[in-house]
Write a protein that binds this ligand. Structure first.
Ligand SMILES: *Cc1c(COP(=O)(O)O)cnc(C)c1O
Length: 402
């Protein structure tokens, strides 16, 4: 099997599993209990918090464990909006059109509560314009939420510039960094981020665990009512094993970050160049090298249905994604691809390849070979393609179709 869907999830590292094991057996104590095994669990959480905080230049007390990226995003958007509605009766959120559904659908829900939401457009590479953020600000703006890097097309947003604007106006700035954390350096202080969502399973950690960074000085209400866990903001007995596992995954990811980024960038660009050279009528979606995640490759293939392409590759043992994992299954074209201006036809012929620690050049050579053949076969059966060829013969390899 060749797995090229690391943006959907990553395989948990063996070191992570090993670090977690004791907490499934002898180290089962509740961190809130006062006796020895309880205190040991509490200590494990403390150490995990410290270790994770150090990877983003945060204080220990600024890290709050959650069940993942979805929960962290829901927490920020819903509690800030509800608090504002309760106290002011009015509320406004600024976000953008290509956020993850955990952000978009939380915003939609807050619209039903009476909150206004501005969904800023993005340019053809998927970038939010910081000046558009500035223009969208209103006296009742309670939150600006823009992701660090997009999960479908890999575009990295100008987070630092947006943070400066948010700070000028004293508006909390939230960043969904689920795709970025562990894949590019993040210093929350240097970037000026107030709130940041991260998920364990996107960087070789466990599923169902994540954290929310809440800058010291930012007031945000509790998301779960109950006991006093996570300083009373997120009640519920801690997922000790997963917290320990995520911290392990995090320290390994940060340790290896520079070398792994370099390796992935070189594989990414190799794959991009070969597709462009060897498969005609394709379009690379997303930004150029320095504004693009090291592991993301997203191509539209003209005259091809990505669902068919995906199945043909699956039969060869290749795992890729059409759009994003979350969008697969519903038939609507991806909101991200629509927002960057693709036609519905091109959007429906789009595949995302996301590489990772286990990807080799040999894997990519094999995938390219199978991809070429699958695209050719699908086009050979396409009437539209036949008509196109008649009209524009000869089709030069690598010609870009818009
Ligand atoms: C995966 C993902 C999420 C959701 O995280 P979970 O931990 O799976 O809930 C949120 N935002 C982005 C950008 C993602 O890629």
């Amino acid at each position: 099997m060749i797995y090229l869907d690391y943006a959907a999830t990553t395989p948990q590292r063996e070191e992570v599993t090993q670090a977690m094991l004791p907490y499934f057996s002898e180290q089962f104590g509740n961190p809130s209990s006062a006796y020895e095994i309880g205190r040991e669990s509490k200590k494990a959480i403390m150490e995990a918090r410290r270790s994770i905080a150090s990877t983003i230049n945060a204080l220990d007390k600024e890290i709050y464990f959650t069940s993942g990226g979805t929960e962290s995003n829901n927490w920020v958007i819903k509690t800030l909006a509800q608090d504002r509605i309760k106290n002011n009766g009015k509320c406004h959120i600024i976000t953008d059109a290509i956020e993850h559904h955990a952000v978009l659908n939380s915003c939609k829900e807050m619209e039903a509560w009476g909150c206004d939401v501005t969904y800023l457009p993005v340019d053809d590479k998927g970038r939010v314009n910081p000046e558009a953020v500035r223009r969208a600000i209103r006296p009742d703006t309670a939150l600006i939420s823009v992701m660090m890097a997009n999960n479908e097309i890999g575009t990295i947003q100008p987070v630092r510039q947006i943070a400066l604007i948010a700070k000028e106006r004293n508006i909390p700035f939230h960043v969904d960094a689920v795709q970025a954390y562990g894949h590019m350096p993040i210093d929350v202080k240097e970037l000026g981020i107030d709130l940041m969502s991260v998920s364990g399973h996107k960087f070789y950690g466990p599923k169902g665990i994540g954290f929310l960074y809440i800058r010291d000085g930012i007031t945000i209400n509790r998301f779960m009512n109950g006991g006093m866990q996570e300083k009373g903001l997120r009640a519920g007995t801690e997922n000790v094993a997963s917290i320990v596992g995520m911290a392990k995954a995090s320290s390994l990811a940060i340790e290896e970050l520079e070398a792994e980024m370099k390796r992935e960038i070189s594989l990414r660009d190799y794959f991009i160049n070969r597709i462009r050279q060897e498969i005609p009528l394709v379009k690379l979606n997303g930004a150029d090298a320095d504004e693009r995640l090291a592991n993301n490759i997203n191509f539209s293939f003209g005259f091809v249905e990505s669902e068919s392409l995906l199945i043909m590759l699956d039969m060869k043992g290749i795992c890729v994604s059409a759009g994003s994992a979350c969008a697969t299954g519903d038939k609507k074209p991806s909101h991200v691809l629509m927002a960057i201006g693709l036609s519905e036809e091109m959007a429906n012929g789009t595949l995302r390849f996301t590489i990772g620690r286990h990807t080799t050049r040999k894997d990519l050579d094999y995938v390219l070979c199978e991809l070429k053949e699958a695209v050719e076969n699908l086009r050979a059966a396409s009437i539209k393609y036949e008509e196109y060829i008649k009209k524009y013969q000869p089709v030069s390899a690598g010609r870009i179709l818009y």
